[in-house]
Every structure is written in structure tokens, then in C-alpha cells.
Design a protein around this ligand. Structure first.
Ligand code: NIG
Ligand code: FE
Length: 400
């Protein structure tokens, strides 16, 4: 069944060769969706007939948001830890073990229900692709079931057995690294597309992280890294050295980190001027919720490094599923223009997941679209906290 979207105020295609600027904005456009794909994009006056019609009533139409970093399989919350931080306590990542305890104690159904609720919440805010990590099980059975549940909700599943060293291995972190690289990876592998490591003081050092990433790579998983969140460290350079698709947080960067990321830039003939093969994914919800200084997005963008924005949705450092909130933070606090932030939240996320079928509105791409309750994408940051997502098409199916 085909559907034509007409009366679009502003169409953001992310195809710089097709429309204006980096967002490839087209006025007076129409889009035709056929099944789960985009079948036609062009001037409204030339639109072919279709079985059904959506009248956008002058609103902006955008690619669905690509949230390339989320931790949705967990039990309980850590609201008291948040309150303590707002009263001056620092964030250390120590609370991860609290969530591990609650997650291990939860039933499959409890975990499934709460992860499903978060995916639905994200979808109603315009997210059409979401990556989901494990990382609150930290034993073979609980990591495997976290990924099984994640795989019911998304194809972008990430094995994060190397989130922190669980209490029972405190005295022998290398024994835990062996467990992660051996039986845990084997149990996780059938349900995972990616492997991720938290490379940070208090979690895994560079040697441990490299060992884990190499094991994941040998098992056929793509690589992602949590790095340079709480302080300077080796995470970014390790991600580049290993050819990771993305290094996430990037809050504390020095010149060598910027140079390393910039060195991964591929100067292809893409309409958007090329991209870095290791994307820097920024997670401003984490800085908001931990009251830490925001990363310097300008420095990355000025070095032509590909930047993605994601929520990091998790019960400790960033309990938001809202990409519009992250866009507003990136614009207000991180020196990004509204256009840069929207690109990062759509095409940037697609690059971070090494996908070219999402994050843009073009013939052949997935029919993942948002109709805003506003005439322009500028309103996402200009009207923060306002529910501006009027409709969502997910693979051509209206889901909100
Ligand atoms: O990305 N930094 C590591 N992991 C999560 C936080 C997890 C938690 O605090 O529960 C993050 O911020
Ligand atoms: Fe994270």
C-alpha cells in the first residue's frame, strides 16, 4: 500500500545534493511511501498518485531520530542518587552495581515490560531506530537474557558485559575480562550486533578494553566504546586504533584525541562531504543529569569529525528517552546550530550505526519519518520541553 505526504511546510532530507544546506531542505515537496520504503521524493506539483494521503498541514517533515546509544534493559531506578547529585554529590558510575542487583533479581517479564515501555516512550518522541545495550546483568545468564530481550525490540543490540567489574570479581578484574571474552561473549553473540566497553578509570583500562574489543571483533561483532566521560583517558584513541564505529561521551578530549578522530575521516564523494569512520557520539542528557560540563561539540565539528547525538537513556546518568530534549541541550549548551544538532540526531546516528538506509529521506531508504507540530525544524530547540512530534511513521506504519 502506498501513501503520499503532501502540504509539507519544510522537508528535511539530509541529502545535501537534493535540497538546501547540509539538511537538504526542500520547500513545497511531497513524499511517497510504498510499504516500508520511501518510493518518491520531489515537488508537490509532480507527486504521483497513491492509495492514501497524509496532509501535513504546513508542518515540517523530518527523518525519524536515530538514537544510537541507550541502556534500556534494567530494573528499578536511581532517583535518590539523582537527588543526591543535585545536592552536590559527584557522579562516579558506582551506582551501576545497584542497578545490576535489581536487574538480576527481576523476572524476564519485568525487564521486558520496562524496556518495551521505554521504546514506546522514545517512539512517541520521534525515535524510529534505537540501539539497546546490555550491561546490567554482568554474568553469563543475565547478559544473555538482557540481549535476548533487547533483540525483541531492535536489531541494533550491543553486548556491554564490560560495563563495570561486578562486585564478585573486584579482587580479580582480569578473571572477569576472561569471563567476558569467553563464555559470556559466546552466550551473547547470537543476540548481538555490537560489542561495547566502558573504558574509564574505575571501569576497564586500555589493555582490558582492547582485549575485550578484540574478542568481540573476532566473534564478528562491530565495535563501540564508552570513552572520556568522567575524565581524560585512552578511550577515544583506543576506539580509533581498533576501528570502532563510534566512541561515545567524548566529554574530556585533548588535542591528540581530536587528531585521532579527524584522522579517520574518509573523503568520499558523498553529498554531505565525507564522514569520519569513527563517529564521536555526544550524550548531553548525561551531562545534564550528572551536572558535569558539556562536551565541546564545536571543536569536533570544526575539525570535520562526524558527530552523533544520542540519549544514553539509563537509570543512572541520563534517564531520558527524548531526542528532542538532547537536540535542545546540544544547541543551547554545546555550541551546535539547530541544523547541526538535527543532522547529528538523524544522519549522525545512522553513521554511528554504519547504516545508510536510515537517517535520511531518499528513494530506497526506510520509511521512517516524523511530522512535527511546527513549521520548521528550528522549533525543536526553540520550543524545548514541548511535545512537537505530531506523527511518526516507522517502516511506513503510523506508530504515533
Ligand atoms: O553511559 N558510563 C557508563 N554507563 C552509563 C551509565 C550507567 C549508569 O550509571 O547506570 C553511561 O553514562
Ligand atoms: Fe552509556
Amino acid at each position: 500500500m502506498s501513501m503520499v505526504i503532501t502540504n509539507i511546510g519544510e522537508l528535511v532530507t539530509n541529502d545535501a545534493g537534493f535540497g538546501k544546506g547540509r539538511l537538504g531542505i526542500v520547500q513545497d515537496a511531497a513524499v511517497v511511501v510504498d510499504g516500508d520504503r520511501i518510493a518518491w521524493v520531489g515537488a508537490a506539483s509532480d507527486a504521483p498518485a497513491a492509495d492514501a494521503r497524509i496532509d501535513a498541514d504546513g508542518a515540517a517533515v523530518l527523518p525519524g531520530f536515530v538514537d544510537s546509544h541507550a541502556h534500556l534493559v534494567f530494573a528499578g531506578d536511581r532517583a535518590a542518587e539523582f537527588a543526591a547529585r543535585m545536592a552536590g554529590e559527584p557522579y562516579t558510575g558506582g551506582g551501576i552495581r545497584t542497578t545490576v542487583g535489581a536487574t538480576r533479581a527481576a523476572s524476564d517479564d519485568e525487564l521486558r515490560r520496562s524496556a518495551t515501555r521505554l521504546v514506546t516512550e522514545a517512539r512517541s518522541q520521534g525515535t524510529t531506530t534505537i540501539e539497546i545495550k546490555s550491561g546490567y546483568g554482568l554474568n553469563v545468564a543475565d547478559e544473555a537474557r538482557s540481549l535476548r530481550i533487547a533483540a525483541e525490540l531492535t536489531s541494533e543490540t550491543t553486548f556491554l558485559g564490560a560495563h563495570v567489574v561486578p562486585a564478585e570479581y573486584s579482587d580479580d578484574p582480569w578473571a572477569y575480562v576472561s569471563l567476558v571474552c569467553g563464555p559470556m561473549l559466546a552466550a551473547a553473540r547470537p543476540h548481538a550486533r555490537w560489542i561495547d566497553v566502558f573504558c574509564e578509570r574505575g571501569a576497564f583500562d586500555a589493555d582490558q578494553a582492547r582485549t575485550i574489543l578484540a574478542a568481540g571483533q573476532a566473534a564478528g561483532l562491530g565495535l563501540r566504546v564508552h570513552g572520556n566521560q568522567l575524565g581524560p583517558g585512552p578511550g577515544v584513541r583506543l576506539a580509533v586504533e581498533m576501528g570502532a564505529a563510534s566512541v561515545d561521551h567524548c566529554t574530556h578530549l585533548d588535542d591528540a584525541d581530536i587528531d585521532a578522530l579527524a584522522s579517520t575521516r574518509l573523503d568520499c564523494m558523498c553529498a554531505d562531504g565525507g564522514h569520519s569512520s569513527t563517529v564521536a557520539t555526544l550524550l548531553p542528557g548525561a551531562e545534564f543529569s550528572t551536572r558535569s560540563p558539556y562536551p565541546d561539540a564545536r571543536r569536533l565539528l570544526d575539525a570535520n569529525i562526524t558527530v552523533a547525538l544520542a540519549t544514553d537513556c539509563n537509570p543512572g546518568s541520563s534517564y531520558t528517552s527524548s531526542m528532542p530534549f538532547c537536540i535542545a541541550l546540544a544547541v543551547r549548551e554545546m555550541g551546535m546550530t539547530p541544523a547541526e544538532a538535527l543532522w547529528a540526531a538523524t544522519a549522525g546516528g545512522a553513521h554511528a550505526l554504519r547504516r545508510d538506509d536510515i537517517g535520511r529521506i531518499a528513494v530506497g531508504a526506510r520509511a521512517d519519518l516524523i511530522v512535527l507540530d511546527a513549521p520548521s525544524h528550528l522549533h525543536l530547540a526553540y520550543r524545548p520541553g514541548v511535545p512537537l512530534i505530531r506523527r511518526v511513521l516507522h517502516g511506513g506504519v503510523p506508530s504515533h
